[in-house]
Design a protein around this ligand. Structure first.
Ligand code: GLU
Length: 269
């Protein structure tokens, strides 16, 4: 099978050093395997994403010298694929409508970014039959109880995540009628025939969730390669704070793409 990778930025802000490192790595993995990469804008959430950031991202990627096959793909134009997957998951009894609010869930562990959804709050997937469309309620994937999901990361080695301890039932569609990241990514990676996913190590738990979606849809997952997260001088992840380290700012200060890559490497923990 010919190597096919992808660059998958979410246009909620400007690209930063962490993106530069991950995307250079994605390009290197593809060219070492004599393969190609696609560019996919993960612009599903209209409240958080903007066309301006999407345009700026494409411009920054071109400036860095990255090359992808074909035209950029926009998730916002692919709703019918996600809806089809939602129907399959619903019919297979893998997902259920969830009436718990985000506030209720975060009040369980106010300091955690993503508290584990408690198994006692799970609803019955049979309730799904009352819905013909996903809109109006959150939809969660019912994880198998206490299973260890193992996978091989091409960069880190063998990894394991426990379904109930590490993540719990997770969103596949939200009540504002937006497909969740986990679902959209799997649907696209499957549909586009991606053979290896190269992305930041902040998404390792997502990988375990996504493996469960592949299984539910009867497909095999791609290979995984998670890149280390680039930190600022105080050791904070850049995704949390991009001021001064966006590619835009570095370009404006006269950095070359090679210098940006060197800086990204130096900022690894
Ligand atoms: N869109 C995600 C991000 O910008 C990456 C998703 C992925 O590579 O699976 O963090």
């Amino acid at each position: 099978m010919k190597y096919l990778g992808r660059l998958a930025p979410t246009p909620t802000g400007h690209l930063h050093l962490g993106h530069a490192l991950t995307f250079f790595m994605a390009q290197r993995r593809a060219s070492d395997a004599d393969g190609r990469i696609l560019l996919r804008m993960e612009d599903l959430d209209p409240q958080r994403c903007s066309e301006e950031f999407a345009r700026a991202a494409i411009d920054d990627l071109l400036w860095m010298g990255l090359e992808w096959s074909g035209e950029p793909i926009f998730q916002s134009q692919r709703r019918h694929f996600y809806l089809e997957a939602w129907r399959r998951l619903k019919e297979g009894g893998f997902i259920y409508p969830c009436h718990r609010s985000r506030r209720e869930i975060s009040s369980l562990a106010p300091h955690e970014e993503e508290p584990v959804f408690p198994v006692e709050w799970r609803a019955d997937p049979r309730e799904a039959k009352f819905y013909n469309e996903p809109a109006g309620v959150n939809w969660r994937f019912k994880v198998p109880d206490g299973e260890s999901i193992s996978f091989m990361d091409q960069n880190i080695g063998p990894l394991k995540k426990n379904t109930l301890r590490d993540f719990g039932d997770f969103l596949v569609w939200n009540r504002h009628d937006i497909p969740a990241y986990e679902l959209a990514v799997v649907v696209d990676d499957m549909d586009m025939g991606i053979t290896e996913v190269v992305r930041g190590a902040d998404l390792l738990t997502s990988t375990a969730r996504q493996i469960l979606i592949y299984r539910a849809l009867g497909a095999s997952p791609p290979a995984w390669f998670h890149c280390p997260l680039v930190c600022d001088s105080e050791g904070r992840r850049l995704a949390k704070r991009t001021g001064g380290l966006s590619l835009r700012d570095l370009r404006a200060e006269g950095f070359t793409p090679e210098q940006v890559l060197d800086l990204a490497k130096e900022s690894l923990p």
